[in-house]
Design a protein around this ligand. Structure first.
Ligand code: NDP
Length: 290
């Protein structure tokens, strides 16, 4: 294998160690502990394990967490009421709603009910709007994690052509908005399911980010030699193991750097959620002082 492995698991541990120190300092200074609320809707939610991991990660860095669970038969109004209570709760600085929600619920209304100051997931309309305006408050956790993986491995984005494949509100779109910010200075192409010939774009990229949820879609002949490849995709194989959107073994022969799945972007997403929660507590504290 020629490519350098961008080890998200290792980096996440390092960053969570740094964050634990920052959280301690914050608690010493302000006598309050950053708090995250998680909301899970539905008995057999596919994200149950993610929520458990997020709660465990909170504990590891000293962030207080509360968890609310609602039946899969609840109404939009039931969730809105839970969110209203958490919006009012001064011990909760961030609110995370584990997606996807059951189909009968109004996802937009639910996401928009979260106080924008507590939108630590960073993909509510206020957070996305501020980012688009060049004044980001919270970066969506997965794109934020991708940026940290690049920065902490000294991979510059300045003047680079970055091709983002996928345009969801939680990954592709906010990532593209981050990459075009001044100071990050990438030239960005965004591909989606209606793009004709995705390979025409990925072959021109200095950095390719795959976020489509299609197992091993990106093949070695779809990148240029030496490209950096970031794989956001998480796809279950028949044997229950995970694979990304990248055919890892063959692409690693051509790329200069690549993230594994699992152990690449996933652990970074959780880490950046913790960072955003501390940031939310800092912003809350700054408002209290005014
Ligand atoms: P969505 O299903 O919301 O979006 C998928 C995007 O990919 C859409 O924009 C879609 O296009 C595009 N797409 C689908 N098929 C193709 C194709 N063949 N060619 C080009 N574009 C295509 O997914 P998410 O953004 O939520 O997640 C993407 C992947 O990332 C999933 O595997 C998910 O599990 C994973 N993920 C991983 C995270 C992590 O922490 N590692 C966090 C979040 C997600 P269109 O808009 O036209 O439909």
């Amino acid at each position: 294998m020629k490519a350098r492995i961008l080890d998200g698991k290792k980096l996440a541990l390092t960053m969570q160690g740094e964050l634990a120190n920052d959280v301690n300092r914050f608690v010493d200074q302000h006598r309050i502990r950053p708090g995250l609320a998680t909301i899970l809707v539905g008995e057999n939610h596919p994200g149950r394990l993610y929520v458990k991991n997020k709660i465990r990660a909170c504990e590891a860095v000293g962030i207080h967490s509360v968890h609310r669970e609602l039946s899969g038969k609840c109404s939009t109004q039931d969730i809105v009421e839970v969110i209203h209570r958490l919006n009012q709760d001064p011990t909760v600085h961030g609110i995370l709603i584990q997606l996807p929600l059951p189909k009968h619920l109004d996802e937009d209304t639910i996401i928009e009910t979260v106080n924008p100051m507590k939108d630590v997931d960073g993909f509510g309309p206020a957070s996305l709007g501020l980012l688009a305006a060049g004044r980001p408050r919270y970066l969506a956790c997965t794109p934020y994690g991708v940026m940290q993986l690049l920065a902490r491995h000294d991979i510059s984005t300045v003047g680079k052509h970055v091709v983002v494949v996928g345009r969801s509100n939680i990954v592709g779109k906010p990532l593209a908005l981050i990459l075009v910010q001044k100071g990050i200075d990438a030239t960005v192409s965004v591909c989606h399911s209606r793009t004709s010939n995705v390979a025409n774009f990925t072959r021109q990229a200095d950095i390719v980010v795959m976020a489509i949820g299609q197992a091993e879609f990106l093949r070695a002949n779809m990148i240029k030699p030496g490209a950096v490849v970031i794989d956001v995709g998480m796809n279950r194989r028949a044997d229950n193991s995970w694979t990304g959107d990248v055919a890892f073994a063959e692409v690693a022969e051509v790329a200069s750097a690549i993230t594994p799945v699992p152990g690449g972007v996933g652990p970074m997403t959780i880490t950046m959620l913790l960072y955003n929660t501390l940031q939310a507590a800092r912003l809350h504290q700054a408002q209290v002082k005014i």
